[in-house]
Write a protein that binds this ligand. Structure first.
Ligand code: SF4
Length: 728
């Protein structure tokens, strides 16, 4: 059904669920918003954040309205024209590149950026500046899942789709609280459970969350013991004959080594290490083994870990040894944190990849992109700096300039005091953002005002590989410009007029899709026009007969030309991958990786005896630069807090509501205590959203967090830091 003339279909720009919304411009000039009943991702439902999304653009009190520049940090920022700001930035970039080489500059961007913006910034720095120094806050979120998928399935590809929820009879939710953080997916799980009461929900989490409360079985493991648990379940699946021997033989490598690995620990040892009853682990294994549909969900509890990739592999192994993948209701489903983390990676939005999921270390891939872009320089053959490495390099003066787009690293990065010190020392900072709430604005030499959601157009890809188009509905206030336009104007100032001579984001998108031709994520069949007509499509979606929109006129969802990709459409028109069990690895076989189970996070000791974990609350998003502006959302939990177990509180003389100091080897936080058995003894929890209250940054969870990263994914160990708590 077509929306009313003053209504526009768009997509919620908070989390990776990617819910469809209908925004209406009312006659009084105000906006109203409701869920899009026709959107397959949410079918009209919205969570509290999504329902209040329009308020984030209606309140313009904190908007950046015009470019600002200063010649040094002792001077105040001063209003400038766009030409002045971009010419000043281009002059500094050119000087630094000439003197110190292309790796002296970097872009740090966001999973909130639209696909076209991601493509442009990657093209600019990788193809025209000659550095791979572009990374994104998705590094803090999904990179362990990306590496896990690549190592096991051969590609950064979510094999399942939302329709698999209704086909599953066991949901294994580990290191995630979708009841608060992916609420619309969780409502779908709950509705399925209500209609099918025999469906089993297993939740693995050191905390009692709303997800854990609604589970049939909560395995409240000690932090960092996820692999021990998954390996123990693997052992039980072997011992109790729940393997799919034929699938293992025909479609996987590595099972024998896996078997040897998991047999090294008895169930009793594993239960002791994890701190949960053996019988509960056995029950989980039995449910998984007997299931017809085994769907696993995970987010940051697995990913944000110094052993994050191995945690991912230990989970995916359970699907591979049971053959519970590529069939309805079966598969490992990494829940994307950000709205366009996946779209960003499609365009090469990490320091180690190129568009179309190509790799910077692959000479053939680099050459393909050099030819496609007709680059004036060779694409660098080594990965660029990752998110945490960028700030370390700024501190060491190896990196001279950083351009930060739509992300707030002064609240979101680990070991915040080190990041703050790096920004203070850095030579040149450009901040491109919507709001003056971004803490980095205060360190900027150049501030570029960006258009917000609804004020620009482009596309995003959600957690089930579904691409949607977001139309421009409103004019941006002041002189704010769409991020794409800022980037192509800057590239022109750098001297790359011909290659960045765009007029519309559709031109950018049309160029991007051509890059994907013949790759595993071929979207040559997609265009803005097709997305406007069909509302959303899932990748891969190759052009048929060379015609870009040919697929749009097909009555039947495509199954034919993707057979070699093992992709098939469900009855609802959504797609899962690997239905023919042909994986994207070189030999088309999935790889079972035996992984060691030791946690290598920083150890607790006498001085810092407790483990701190952090995470989200229901009604806030990231560093609150959007949700913090909405009064209704602030009412849910208005202040930061520390959850601590009653016995740990008693030992320290802490009462409910006491002001406490939480300290680690890196910094301090001061908040009120919340005494609860929702955390295990020895564990405490801080929400990650707050940056400052009344000018004090002593509420930033990341003052405390560990700088360790996973060696393969470079994702930080946010969920495990050694701390002490004391009465203030
Ligand atoms: Fe937006 Fe995510 Fe809520 Fe859907 S579940 S409305 S995408 S925040």
């Amino acid at each position: 059904m077509k929306p009313a003339p003053n209504s526009y279909k768009s997509t919620c720009c908070y989390c990776g669920v990617g819910c469809g919304v209908v925004v209406t411009k009312e006659s009084n000039g105000q906006l109203s918003l409701e869920g899009d009943k026709e959107h397959p991702s949410n079918k009209g439902m919205l969570c509290s954040k999504g329902m209040n999304l329009h308020y984030t653009v209606m309140d313009q009190s904190d908007r950046l309205l015009y470019p600002q520049v200063r010649l040094n940090r002792s001077m105040p920022l001063q209003r400038a024209t766009w030409d002045e700001a971009l010419e000043r930035t281009a002059a500094v970039f050119k000087t630094l590149i000439k003197k110190f080489g292309p790796d002296s500059v970097a872009f740090y961007v966001s999973g909130q950026c639209l696909t076209e913006e991601y493509y442009l910034v990657n093209k600019l720095i990788k193809g025209f500046i000659g550095s791979n120094n572009i990374d994104t806050n998705s590094r803090l979120c999904m990179s362990s899942a990306v590496v896990g998928y690549k190592l096991s399935l051969g590609e950064d590809s979510v094999p399942v789709c939302y329709d698999d929820i209704e086909a599953a009879d066991v949901m294994y939710v580990t290191g995630a609280n979708p009841a608060w953080c992916h609420p619309i997916i969780w409502r779908r799980v709950e509705a399925h459970k209500t209609a099918n009461p025999d469906t089993k929900i297993i939740c693995v989490d050191p905390r009692v969350t709303d997800t854990a409360r609604s589970a049939d079985l909560h395995l409240q493991i000690r932090p960092g013991t996820d692999i021990v648990l998954n390996n123990a379940i693997g052992r039980l699946l072997i011992e109790n004959d729940y393997l799919d021997e034929r699938f293992i033989t025909d479609h996987t490598d590595g099972f024998e080594l896996f078997r040897l690995q998991v047999m090294q620990r008895t169930l009793a040892e594993a239960a002791d290490i994890c701190g949960v009853p053996s019988a509960d682990i056995a029950l989980a294994a039995e449910w998984i083994g007997r299931s017809k549909g085994f769907l696993s969900f995970w987010t940051m509890g697995l990913n944000q870990s110094v052993i994050g990739v191995n945690k991912n592999l230990s989970l995916i192994n359970l699907h591979l040894i049971t053959g519970k993948i590529g069939r309805p209701g079966n598969g490992p489903f990494s829940l994307t944190g950000q709205p366009n983390a996946m779209g960003g990676r499609e365009t090469g939005g990490l320091a180690n990849i190129l568009p179309g999921h190509r790799e910077v270390v692959n000479a053939a891939h680099r050459e393909e992109m050099e030819q496609f872009w007709n680059t004036p320089v060779r694409i660098a053959d080594k990965p660029g700096l990752t998110a945490t490495e960028m700030f370390e390099a700024l501190a060491d003066d190896k990196l001279k300039a950083i351009w930060i787009i739509n992300t707030n690293p002064l609240v979101s990065m680990p070991d915040m005091n080190a990041v703050e010190s790096a920004l203070k020392k850095s030579r040149f900072i450009v901040v491109q953002d919507v709001s003056n709430r971004a803490d980095t604005v205060h360190f900027a030499d150049v501030v570029l005002p960006a258009a917000a959601w609804l004020e620009k157009d482009g596309s995003m890809t959600n957690a089930e590989r579904r691409i949607t188009y977001l139309p421009k509905v409103l004019d941006a206030p002041g002189e704010a410009l769409p991020d794409s336009e800022i980037l192509w104007r800057f590239a022109q100032k750098m001297g790359f007029e011909e290659a960045f001579n765009y007029k519309t984001t559709s031109e950018v998108y049309d160029e991007y899709v051509k890059v994907t031709k013949g790759t595993n994520i071929d979207v040559t069949g997609v265009s803005h026009q097709l997305l406007k007509e069909k509302r959303s499509v899932q990748w891969p979606l190759a052009a048929i007969g060379g015609r870009q929109s040919a697929v749009g006129s097909q009555k039947k969802p495509r199954q034919i030309d993707n057979a070699t990709n093992g992709e098939v459409s469900t009855s609802h028109g959504t797609k899962r991958l690997f239905t023919d069990h042909q994986f994207y690895t070189k030999n088309k076989r999935a790889q079972i990786h035996p992984v060691p189970d030791e946690n290598t996070s920083e150890p607790t000791d006498h001085q810092f005896p407790l483990v701190l974990t952090n995470g989200r609350i229901r009604d806030q998003w990231h560093t609150m630069t959007k949700t913090g502006r909405v009064a209704k959302l602030n009412k849910h939990i208005p202040q930061p807090f520390l959850q601590i177990h009653p016995e740990d509180a008693k030992e320290r003389g802490i009462l409910e509501g006491s002001l406490v100091t939480v300290s680690s080897r890196r910094g301090e936080v001061r908040v009120k205590a919340q005494i609860t058995t929702d955390v295990r003894k020895g564990l405490c929890f801080l929400p990650m959203h707050w940056g400052k209250i009344l000018g004090s940054n002593l509420v930033r969870a990341n003052n405390l967090t560990s700088p360790l990263v996973d060696p393969k994914s470079k994702e930080p160990d946010f969920k495990f830091s050694a701390v002490q708590v004391a009465l203030y």
